[in-house]
Design a protein around this ligand. Sequence first.
Ligand code: ADP
Ligand code: MG
Length: 506
Amino acid sequence: MGKVVLGVTVGVAVAACAVAALVVGRRVRSRKKWKRVVGVLKELEESCETTVGRLRQVVDAMAVEMHAGLASEGGSKLKMLLTFVDNLPSGSEKGIFYALDLGGTNFRVLRVELGGQRSDLDPDVEQQPIPEQLMTGRSEDLFDFIASSLHRFVEKGNDSVQSSIVKELGFTFSFPVKQTSVSSGVLIKWTKAFAIKDMVGKEVAGALQQALARKGLNMRVAVLVNDTVGTLALGHYHDADTVAAVIIGTGTNACYWERTDAIIKCQGLLTTSGGMVVNMEWGSFWSSHLPRTSYDIDLDAESPNPNDQGFEKMISGMYLGDIVRRVILRMSEESDIFGPVSSRLYVPFALRTTAMAAMHEDDSPELMEVARILQDVLDIPDVPLKARKLVVKICDVVTRRAARLAAAGIVGILKKIGRDGSGGITGGRSRNDIKMRRTAVAVEGSLYTQYTMFREYLHEALHEILGEDIARHVVINVTEDGSGTGAALLAASHSSSGSVDNIQLV
Ligand code: ADP
Ligand code: MG
């Protein structure tokens, strides 16, 4: 009997040892895996590093590329497109003006009444989706559809459609256009969901003008502009110190006011104002100083436009969520902290930037929003708190880099036009010698307006790069719907009654 008792005791002791060894073994293994995941995070942080020193290198590179893009056609990845917009709304505009805004899935028609002095604008706006079949059909059908909508809109507003007074229309067309004048330009290529073959290489405003005529509308396309230019126009209308506009939404782009004599690729360009708005197309900016990760390289290689829009792919709403998805996928493959690898993690763009921002800004102590999004969007259930914190950190690293690079881009523009307090690109004078003028930048786009962390990081970086003394002279103004309202304002400031075509090429 005693033997039996001893045998049982020994057996229990052996089993206990085995369990203990298993637990310790598992702990060691899980610690190792955790270490690996932390290693992935550390590597991400290092390769996303944006020290002020590095940001200043990006600032310089941006200013240098701007010069190169203005010096010759194809001289830089920055296209630096001429817009022929040679004056910006001042507030003295008067009358009723219309605008059409075409650039994404929706298109809008607007009507603005201007009273001759700066005021809060309250445009009538009507928005509708573009039927899908029109995005890939014939250009005539698309423009007829647009003209019909405008016709209905004008009639509804009790404005006579066929009145003898010609109505001025601003047309925002957010696709790459080679402008030939402020009111004409040729479509270089379609982007986004549009693919109307017979339109490429054709004059855009002309196609609209013909459709207006077919509908019997007595309207003139006074300006054909990019959405950034509309934003600059609206920014300038409200604040005359506005010199540049930046859009940070699905994509990112900027434009600014440049002296015509600095636009070397267009020798002999004369405007009465001595300046012109230049559409930078800054999404395609590239520099070896940009902090690039393996995730960026993969994202670019798998995108429909590899080697293009490099700056945009690090900054804008279309991409940030996908960079985060790629990091989570790597961590999930290297460890089991997210359980078995979810197949959703392999789906490109499965994690949208809005969902990523919601995780980043989850301020609940248990990070319940992070848990919900991981479960609902990425099909990853039961993620422990420790791993949820890691996800927040990934979002933070990716967004911080994006916002800080956008800030460097803005300072690059300021440097190019001598508004960064350094005395311009050639430098020379010390910061103290410069009397810094108040300088405003108009900003639009949901990343900036809806994503608080993004906005705060951008501001912080602006202050770091410029230094407090200079930064307090630089203001960022949010404009609302510049792409539409700004085009109507430009139609006013470039209307046939207000100005003759005063741009000359001599
Ligand atoms: P668009 O650029 O298409 O004209 P927006 O300026 O509204 O339109 O930008 C839309 C983009 O902004 C979306 O692609 C999305 O990624 C991002 N976005 C929208 N809302 C938020 C948000 N709350 N937080 C972060 N990103 C957002
Ligand atoms: Mg937009």
